[in-house]
Design a protein around this ligand. Structure first.
Ligand code: NDP
Length: 292
């Protein structure tokens, strides 16, 4: 059996191209240029890199990128006031607050100030509620990217047993809801799950979002399963630093029919889905219909 290595870079590039086409259609038919505002508080080096990459990708897709930087000692009210200002700005379609925020600021308060229709990370309580209720909303990017990847190898996921390991607000829970919406039978596993190996062995689609390097072993993977590895873990091996997933890729690929690598799997999909959410938000807010 040949195992498909699901190429996140290629799928993300396709998605970015589709977004760019939708942006150019919005421009030519409605004279709209979607705009994404990113708020960065403090000097965290990793966050600065993420924000820069998001800005570049936004502009490459033909959208406007607006960056707001606040000092590390900005107060919670400063950040909330900036978010409120961006909510009120007609030309801003998406608002993203880069996490983590400095520890003196409540990220949940700040996030929930974002207008849900501009919440391109899909993290507000309103968008979480819409996802559970099956209403149109903005869906968190990493889970959305995970489902898109699974559907490249199996367009109809109906009736499959899906196991999601990890129940975080950012990944595991929304991913479970999306798979349920795809008509999978979903099991949510976590740190208190009894006999995780046995639960994983039942999965036709096995998704790992844990944050433990190579937790999921090859013999936990059912023959023919689709494996989506969301984990990004830095490990030191043989004197070198490298990224590995939550799945032991080499042994898992012996059993899987398709598997995402790390790096080059779910990671690249996250920004592509952010761009997608921005153009979706722009079209909805400005009343010009739905983007496919
Ligand atoms: P969290 O730390 O928020 O959640 C981890 C989850 O894993 C928790 O639900 C926890 O269970 C569960 N867990 C912990 N240990 C075990 C165990 N031994 N067995 C089973 N479940 C366990 O992490 P995130 O969801 O934010 O991220 C998960 C991974 O995905 C990380 O590696 C992160 O770097 C990566 N990530 C990748 C992104 C991308 O762009 N590809 C984006 C976001 C995250 P419990 O609830 O019981 O504590």
């Amino acid at each position: 059996m040949m195992t498909t290595i699901i190429d996140g870079k290629a799928i993300a590039a396709d998605l970015r191209e589709k977004v760019a086409q939708a942006v150019s259609a919005l421009k030519s038919t409605h004279d709209i240029q979607p705009a994404l505002a990113v708020v960065l508080v403090g000097e965290d080096p990793a966050s600065q890199v993420y924000v820069r990459n998001k800005g570049i990708a936004t502009e490459k897709a033909g959208m406007k990128s607006i960056e707001h930087r606040l000092a590390a000692d900005a107060s919670e009210d400063d950040v909330v006031n900036l978010v409120r200002k961006l909510n009120a700005e007609e030309g801003v379609d998406g608002i993203l607050v880069q996490l983590p925020l400095p520890s003196h600021i409540s990220s949940s308060r700040v996030i929930n100030e974002i207008d849900p229709d501009k919440d391109v990370d899909g993290l507000t309580e309103v968008n979480a509620g819409r996802l559970i209720l099956g209403k149109d909303g903005l869906v968190p990017c990493t889970p959305q990217g995970s489902v898109i990847m699974a559907k490249t190898v199996r367009p109809d996921l109906t009736s499959l047993n899906a196991v999601v390991v990890g129940r975080s607000i950012l990944v595991g829970k929304p991913l479970s809801m999306l798979l349920l919406a795809e008509n999978c039978t979903v099991t949510m596993a976590h740190s208190r799950t009894a006999d995780l190996a046995a639960v994983c062995r039942e999965a036709d689609i096995l998704c790992a979002a844990v944050g433990i390097p190579r937790l999921i072993k090859g013999d936990w993977v059912k023959k023919g399963a689709i494996v989506i590895d969301v984990g990004i873990n830095r490990v030191e091996e043989g004197g070198k630093s490298r990224l590995v997933g939550d799945v032991d890729f080499d042994s898992a690929k012996e059993n899987a029919s398709a598997i995402t690598p790390v790096p080059g799997g779910v990671g690249p999909m996250t920004i592509a889905c952010l761009l997608r959410n921005t153009v979706v938000a722009a079209a909805r807010r400005r009343g010009v219909g739905e983007i496919d």
